[in-house]
Ligand binder design. Structure first.
Ligand code: SF4
Length: 331
């Protein structure tokens, strides 16, 4: 297909999360995306892949993140993903011949320092008082181990793709579109490659491992979401979707068709209707799964004996049957 050296970069720049599937940390995937740029509680105005995934996983989790905007503890895995993501983005600032594994590894500590300067609270990830008592590691040792893990992920990427033969059209591309229905979709795409023939490839980096085949559709959902947005924005269905799993060294590709993307649009519309219904009724139901183990909000979750905060939005009584939100994961 020729996504390689002859590309000239002609286009201008602008899950559900268990530990094995975390994103490389694009800003839009932070909790609260889809409702950013606002003060105080307000109904959701847009959908991003991560927040769609939240609602499918657990409507109450969606509420806590998007409506209540409850704080969440920094995660070492997600933060590592953010640093790796930054390295893989900025590596392309250098001329092709200088995009080496050694150079990329060397960028990791500097990207961590930059992130820490912006978010000083991340220092607590490696503070002595959070050290694992079983290992007795000091903060410095924990940080060194974490940086080495990030460097290993960056290095693994060079076995999967060759950045000296790639000239991305876009990196960390913010995309947003409004469907005919009025639903606003938005998000950040890690990388967009455009072949000389004009074919578009959407690439997403994952710092986790590739999911087992029975869970692969969930990961592809995010990519199809982006493909739908790009199709609506540029009028052309992306030729290929590519997930690069740095944790396991796998590359998963999928070539979508128009029918695929129309199906995704229908699913998103059904999801958005359910979100809007829950927003006005205040009926956000918990949907416990194994992923609750990674949820920061058990203290507020009735499934774990907690009580949610007072619902901050105006509630309108349901006019009849309320969609059973606990089934939305099947959408
Ligand atoms: S603990 Fe589980 S059920 Fe409760 S809000 Fe979190 S994800 Fe939902």
């Amino acid at each position: 297909m020729g996504w390689s050296a002859e590309q000239t970069g002609a286009v201008t720049q602008d899950g559900p999360g268990g530990p094995g599937t975390e994103t490389a940390g694009a800003p839009a995937e932070a909790a609260g995306a889809g409702t950013e740029d606002r003060e105080g509680p307000r109904p959701p105005v847009a959908l991003s892949p991560s927040r769609a995934g939240d609602f499918m996983q657990c409507p109450l989790l969606y509420r806590f993140r998007v409506i209540d905007r409850l704080p969440e503890k920094p995660s070492a895995a997600a933060t590592r993903g953010t640093v790796v993501h930054a390295v893989l983005e900025r590596l392309f600032d250098a001329p092709a011949a200088e995009r080496t594994a050694a150079g990329a590894r060397a960028m990791v500590p500097a990207e961590w320092e930059k992130l820490l300067a912006k978010r000083p609270e991340l220092a607590e990830l490696f503070a002595d008082d959070t050290a694992d008592g079983s290992t007795g590691d000091t903060a410095g040792e924990r940080l060194a181990t974490w940086l080495a893990e990030a460097e290993a992920l960056v290095e693994r990427w060079f076995a999967l793709e060759d950045p000296t033969r790639l000239e991305p059209a876009d990196r960390e591309l913010y995309v947003e579109t409004v469907l005919d229905s009025g639903l606003r979709l938005r998000g950040f795409i890690d990388r967009v490659d455009v072949a000389p023939t004009g074919e578009v490839r959407i690439v997403d980096y994952k710092t986790g491992k590739a999911p087992r085949p029975q869970f692969a559709e969930g990961a592809l959902f995010q990519m199809k979401f982006y493909a739908l947005v790009m199709w609506r924005l540029r009028g052309v269905v992306p030729r290929r979707l590519q997930l690069v799993y740095l944790g396991s060294g796998d590359v998963v590709t999928y070539d979508p068709g128009e029918a695929d993307l129309r199906g995704v649009e229908r699913k998103l519309l059904a999801l958005w209707e359910a979100i809007q219904r829950a927003t006005v009724t205040g009926d956000w139901r918990p949907r416990p799964t194994k992923l609750c183990g990674w949820c920061d909000h058990q203290a507020h979750c009735p499934e774990f004996g907690g009580t949610p905060p007072v619902y901050p939005l105006e509630v309108r009584p349901a006019d009849g049957a309320v969609v059973p939100q606990g089934r939305m994961g099947e959408i």
